[in-house]
Design a protein around this ligand. Structure first.
Ligand SMILES: *Cc1c(COP(=O)(O)O)cnc(C)c1O
Length: 386
């Protein structure tokens, strides 16, 4: 039998371990030169002006919500098909979460549902939107920006699934995820299943200098030593805590790892797209397996490759017996007991719930071999056609 095949997996090479060891034995165990170096390289990769490295993707979301001054009076829209953190960041600040149902073709938040939700409330009710480049398929931020402009909303793009992904705008330009052209802020995660792995880690990108400066402050307790920002100055030791911030720093070692991981990001993305192409071809003629229309996959970064099947639980269990560890992304956020305690209930977002009944994420990571993928495909087809 094959070795266990997970749905996602990091790829650590000798250049990664060399880079980590070099930083580990340097003078900087936490904040050193690798932090700024990683930020610069990442901003360059996604095409944004600024990047702020933080301890994880959830911290990135929390800092974004803080920088945008989310509070108890804030009303924010997100998608029910995402990791819970996309919604939780609003709750951390006491704000109210609203969901807009998904487009069943793309599984992304449906712009028309967003517009309808906005229209159902008084003008000025909503403050922002958190769209998610779910599975790696970029949301059309140009369309969302249009809605945001009309209604005075900010946008935080949750791009955890999509470094290197892009959508094509109305002028035919490719707009990379996190480039800050349409969203105020974008966030990424470096959890091991994501494209770039540092263990724990996250990044915020933006083109807004004021937000950037605020994020830098909030990342480290709201403390600054920058002489230009200080209100007083008592000498070399002097610092001021100007806002209520957090310790959301990422250590230098992890940034060293992030830098070498980032250097292989395009290579990894290419592999992911090849794997997706092979799945697409293998399942194209299978009536009982629904796949996303490949025409809708343009610019897709393929964090996940998702199929829809009626007998999902049986297939999931069968694959496990064959040492293939598929996963389900995601249980709709509004059905979580915590969100139900806030008043949401099953039935609220029928398209998200229908999607959840059938979805299954297949193994998708750059080091998945062709032999392993063929085994996955064969095992699925045998089960479906038995
Ligand atoms: C992984 C993920 C997060 C959270 O990132 P962490 O680094 O695990 O905190 C947030 N949103 C989405 C969509 C994610 O996939």
């Amino acid at each position: 039998m094959m070795n266990p095949i997970p749905y996602g997996k990091q790829h650590i090479t000798k250049e990664d371990t060399d880079a980590v060891l070099k930083t580990l034995t340097s003078d900087f165990l936490t904040q050193g030169p690798k932090v700024a170096e990683f930020e610069k390289a990442f901003a360059n990769y996604v095409g944004s002006e600024y990047a702020v490295a933080v301890s994880n993707g959830t911290a990135a979301l929390h800092l974004c919500a803080l920088a945008l001054e989310v509070n108890e009076n804030s009303n924010v829209i997100t998608t029910p098909i995402t990791f819970v953190a996309s919604a939780n960041c609003i709750r951390y600040c006491g704000g109210n979460v609203y969901f807009a149902d998904i487009d069943p073709q793309t599984f992304l938040i449906d712009e028309e549902k967003v517009q309808a939700l906005i229209d159902s409330k008084p003008k000025g009710f909503f403050n922002g939107i958190i769209p998610v480049d779910f599975a790696g398929l970029p949301v059309n931020l140009e369309k969302l920006r249009y809605i945001a402009e009309k209604n005075d909303l900010w946008i935080i793009e949750d791009a955890c699934h999509a470094p290197g992904g892009y959508f094509t705008d109305s002028k035919g330009q490719q707009q990379k995820c996190g480039n800050g052209v349409f969203a105020d802020l974008a966030i990424f995660s470096f959890h091991p299943v994501k494209h770039i792995a540092t263990g724990e880690g996250g990044m915020i990108t933006t083109n807004d200098k004021a937000l950037y400066e605020k994020l830098i402050l909030l990342r480290t307790h709201g403390i600054t030593k920058n002489p230009e920002l200080l209100k007083e100055n008592h000498g070399g030791w002097y610092y001021e805590m100007q806002e209520l911030g957090y310790n959301y720093r990422i250590p230098d070692m992890l940034c060293a790892l992030g830098i070498t991981q980032l250097q292989r990001a395009d290579e990894g993305l290419k592999k992911r797209r090849e794997i997706a192409k092979r799945y697409n071809a293998a399942f194209a003629g299978e009536v009982s397996i629904e796949i996303q229309n490949p025409a809708l996959q343009i610019g897709h970064a393929f964090h996940l490759y998702i199929i829809s099947v009626k007998n999902r639980l049986e297939l999931y269990n069968h694959l496990r017996e064959k040492n293939i560890f598929a996963q389900v992304h995601y249980i709709p956020v509004h059905t979580m007991p915590y969100y139900q305690s806030l008043g949401f209930k099953k039935g609220d977002y029928p398209l998200a719930e229908a999607y959840y009944e059938k979805c299954l994420s297949l193994p998708m990571y750059p080091t998945l071999t062709e032999e392993e993928q063929n085994y996955v495909i064969k095992t699925i087809k045998e089960f479906i056609n038995k």
